[in-house]
Design a protein around this ligand. Sequence first.
Ligand code: GLN
Length: 195
Amino acid sequence: MKIGVLALQGAVSEHIRLLTNSGAEAIEIKRADQLAEVDGLILPGGESTTMRRLIDKYQLFKPLREFGESGKPILGTCAGLILMAKTLSGEQDGHLGFIDMVVERNAFGRQRDSFEATLDVKGIAEKLTAVFIRAPLVKEVGPDVDILSEYNGEIVAVKQGSFLACSFHPELTDDARLHQAFIKMVAERPLLEAH
Ligand code: GLN
């Protein structure tokens, strides 16, 4: 089992480190043909507008859409969550649109640019240290979306089928529980499909 991390921009090596420490093989994805090698994919944090520009530049948009539609699991963190949203508040179009949710970018404002919080993530981890950096918030979710975590009454982690996303950066701590849960999703997918 191999997991890819989209490596156009942002916090890539941190994800690779946690995946590797958790016993998964992890590779950087820079080209569309590399997607065929992996069973799951992480869209890291960074800057979603820059990442989208690079996705288009390297002709990755359609291959990424197809990867997600094939049922292979995708984890999006921070900017990665933004890329996965169907709708972005105040903007005309979403990006990959995998998760039926409305996301507000930079939702904490300048006053709380970055901070840490301790969160429970349903079915994944209790008391997880979450690092928020110019983080987005999930303002609304559709009926098929499972809310996994809230911070001050606002949604910060969700799951819809094979798609998992969080507003914070689980890769900036040494706590690999969220990555381990994702690895499990990737490992179990072939078993689910066999039924
Ligand atoms: N504010 C960034 C954006 O809009 C996300 C920040 C992050 O990934 N840490 O894409």
